[in-house]
Write a new protein. Structure first.
Length: 385
């Protein structure tokens, strides 16, 4: 919690595979509250895994919030699974499954091969993201910093790569650190490389994987960057039904494991932040400054529905070979499974998540407007970028 005082608002976007389409709906509803030529209201952008990709896309259009969200929405609404990943050839799949089984029983195996090839995602990022715009937005003041978090397999640390204004300094804490970088496709590939699903990415002579794995403090990058207010978009439902069968399948267990990786750390970090804030209320303000601490407001936006439940009608849209692989894990079309929801990069499913995010945010707009201190829109500002 150590950082100089700032009035900056940060946006924290978590990972979750295809579920991250929900974040776009949330951002769409917020963007409509601002004039069309308004810069992004979150000068501090922090993302992990799929959330890192969304955050980077926003950073490219930080000078025009509405335009950035529209472009992001267009990409998500056109997605097909083959734009993101492809199942490896038959022998590679057999090798991957063997590695998974041997690892589960504690026996050594050869180097693990990923189940999926994510080179389509790499090509998509190179096509739709103009990284040069990030530097321009930093130079002209529309953006303060972009932070992308990945997990370092060599050190076991959570590493945040940040591109920001010169006064932002590197940090090192127990299990986490921040390094300056020029954000590019390899950082996004590293941040979204889920173990056994995608291959690790090599950066600065270290191997990195999905940023959610070692990220025990998802709010930490935003706090280190000086945020005094944080909006965090979680992909965990507010209320999840307790309907797990008495004998959970492999897909149920895998889904719970992914939920743990992507959502539990954020929930715990928010509780920790609230405890610190409550403690600071009991201490004189001058003591805060002496200790290098400050209260930080945090608003968490969550889905009103369990996103697993929305996979039923979209499962058959997945490519045949991926459906076949998922069935090996016990996933069927009628199942509500987290495993399928992470891989369902199909435009029909993504569109439903975007619409849900939009509706959920509309229902909380007065609270969000008050938190962000949204200015009243002048009709003369309603000019397209």
């Amino acid at each position: 919690m150590v950082q100089e005082e700032s009035n900056s608002c940060a946006l924290v976007l978590t990972g979750g595979g295809a579920r991250a389409a929900y974040q776009v709906g949330v951002l769409k509803a917020i963007a409509e509250c601002y004039p069309r030529r308004q810069p992004i209201p979150f000068p501090i952008l922090c993302g992990t895994s799929a959330g890192a990709i969304n955050a980077t896309a926003l950073a490219c259009y930080a000078s025009c919030f509405q335009l950035g969200v529209r472009k992001l929405e267009y990409v998500w609404r056109q997605l097909r699974t083959e734009n993101i990943l492809q199942l490896q050839a038959g022998k590679a799949v057999q090798h991957s499954l063997k590695s998974l089984m041997l690892g589960a029983i504690g026996r050594p195996s050869q180097m693990a091969q990923p189940l999926f090839d994510n080179s389509p995602l790499e090509r998509l990022l190179e096509t739709v993201i103009d990284f040069q715009r990030i530097d321009n937005n930093l130079l002209y003041g529309a953006l303060e910093v972009l932070a992308v978090t990945a997990s370092n397999y060599n050190t076991g640390d959570s590493t945040t790569f940040y591109q920001g204004r010169p006064y932002h300094q590197p940090w090192a804490r127990a299990g986490r650190s921040g390094r300056p970088a020029i954000i590019a496709t390899p950082h996004l590939m590293a941040s979204s490389a889920l173990p056994f699903i995608f291959k690790p990415c090599r950066l600065q002579n270290h191997h990195f994987g999905d940023g959610s794995i070692h990220q025990l403090n998802p709010l930490s990058p935003a706090i280190h960057m000086g945020a005094s207010r944080i909006i965090a978009i979680s992909l965990a439902a507010e209320h999840c039904p307790d309907d797990l069968p008495s004998d959970p399948s492999s897909s149920d267990i895998a889904g719970h494991l992914l939920d743990t990786i992507f959502t539990d750390a954020l929930t715990a970090d928010i509780e920790r932040l609230e405890r610190v804030n409550n403690t600071l209320k009991l201490i004189p303000e001058r003591k805060h400054q002496q200790a290098g601490l400050r209260p930080i407001d945090c608003l968490v936006l969550k889905p009103s529905k369990n996103l697993d439940d929305l996979t039923h009608k979209h499962f058959e849209n997945l490519p045949f070979n991926i459906r076949s692989l998922l069935r090996l894990f016990g996933v069927n079309a009628g199942d509500a499974t987290g495993l399928a929801s992470f891989l369902l990069f199909e435009k029909e499913y993504c569109a439903e998540l975007i619409d849900l995010g939009y509706q959920d945010t509309q229902a909380r707009l007065p609270e969000i407007i008050d938190f962000l201190k949204v200015p009243v829109i002048d009709e003369q500002d309603a000019v397209d970028c």
